[in-house]
Design a protein around this ligand. Structure first.
Ligand code: CS2
Ligand code: MN
Length: 358
């Protein structure tokens, strides 16, 4: 297992690489060119600059999260080939600079969806929250709330330019069923995976968050069966998973440790996040400690450990602590994620020891 940390880049994150160096065990920086919109070319100079900076601080830069997918690819429009060519060009460039895994998602219109970015927990910290009843027919209310709450930071997948075209986007997805979305994903994979095999870059799809359809849009990576179907689309180790416990977790029917045990050899990147699910289906993000929420983080880590997992792992969202919500990206503060790293390393080290003793 290699511990990693998502960093939004110089001048684009409240946390610096020097902060991250002081968190025990972090080896890999998970990065992206966050100013790039889906479908835009990634210049080699820009890639080189980030990789060199990250490496100069003693980390490697082996994971990119994300290279986002243009809607025309998800929609299966004739223009998709042009955007797939650009995607392939980016894969080749990233490979040249030592990138090993690319995380992406295939969610229509929205990336992760929440109804409140700063819901207070009983300990006075606050965190991202999802209230089922607040998801109305009209997504615009929610978009306003999210964009209004994210301060000066633009959140990936929530770019104001895209959100301004919401009506158009929704119209375009009219008639796109789960089946069609799966077909369009297959088309994309059939074109890119041979290149990934050639240059040794693994693709790792991120599950849909939350794991159910919203606003009538299809969501196709949200359960064991959806994952099994996805992995058969192109049956290559280069078409794999980012297994995010926080995205699958709000559906209590998802047995995440069992999913890990079944598909571990296709999981390239593990996102560890805990959520507390309430009886009415609402949920809030909580600390990484298993006991604080509905995800049994110990069992999750044990499922990886038992299978000799050598992929990357990162703390996913954390709570906002000690007043930091005023200046950090929602879900991406320093303190709770650093506590999460220590919790995970603690569990992992003790699993290592227990294995030695046997
Ligand atoms: C991430 C996702 O912040 C998060 O929840 O796990 O936004 C993730 O980066 C994307 O869905 C991957 O493309
Ligand atoms: Mn995640």
């Amino acid at each position: 297992m290699k511990m990693s940390w998502r960093w939004y880049g110089e001048g684009n994150d409240s946390i610096t690489l020097d902060h991250i160096r002081q968190i025990p065990g972090v080896k890999t920086i998970v990065w992206s060119l966050h100013d790039k919109v889906a479908g835009e070319e990634w210049e080699e100079e820009r890639i080189k600059e980030v990789v060199e900076l990250v490496e100069s601080k003693g980390f490697d830069a082996e994971i990119v999260e994300s290279v986002n997918i243009h809607d025309d690819i998800k929609l299966g429009l004739p223009s998709r080939d042009k955007y797939i060519d650009i995607y392939i060009d980016t894969i080749r460039k990233l490979a040249k600079y030592g990138v090993k895994v690319i995380c992406y998602n295939f969610m229509p219109v929205f990336d992760w969806t929440r109804t409140d970015l700063y819901k207070e927990l009983s300990d006075g910290s606050n965190a991202l929250y999802y209230e089922k009843a607040a998801i109305t027919e009209d997504p615009k209310d929610m978009v306003e709330k999210i964009l209004g709450g994210s301060g000066d930071f633009t959140m990936p997948g929530w770019e104001p330019e895209r959100m301004a075209k919401l009506d158009e986007l929704f119209k375009a997805y009219d008639g796109i069923t789960e089946e069609v979305l799966f077909e369009n994903l297959k088309y994309f994979l059939e074109r890119i995976i041979p290149v990934c095999e050639e240059v040794d870059v693994k693709m790792a799809i991120h599950p849909d968050d939350p794991p159910w359809p919203i606003f009538g849009l299809p969501r196709i990576i949200r359960s064991r069966d959806h994952i099994a179907k996805f992995l058969k689309l192109v049956d290559s180790p280069y078409s794999g998973l980012t297994l995010c416990t926080g995205s699958l977790g709000p559906n209590l029917l998802n047995d995440i440790p069992a999913i890990i045990r079944e598909f571990h050899d296709r999981i390239h990147f593990a996102h560890i996040r805990n959520v507390k699910v309430f009886e009415n289906g609402d949920f809030i993000e909580v600390s990484h400690r298993g006991k604080d929420g509905s995800v049994d983080v110990y069992e999750v880590l044990k499922a990886y450990h038992d299978n000799g997992f050598t992929g990357y792992i990162r703390p996913d969202h954390g709570r906002h602590l000690w007043g930091e919500e005023k200046n950090c990206r929602p879900g991406y503060g320093l303190y709770d994620r650093a506590l999460g790293v220590m919790y995970m390393l603690g569990v992992w080290d003790s699993l290592d020891k227990a294995k030695e003793v046997k």
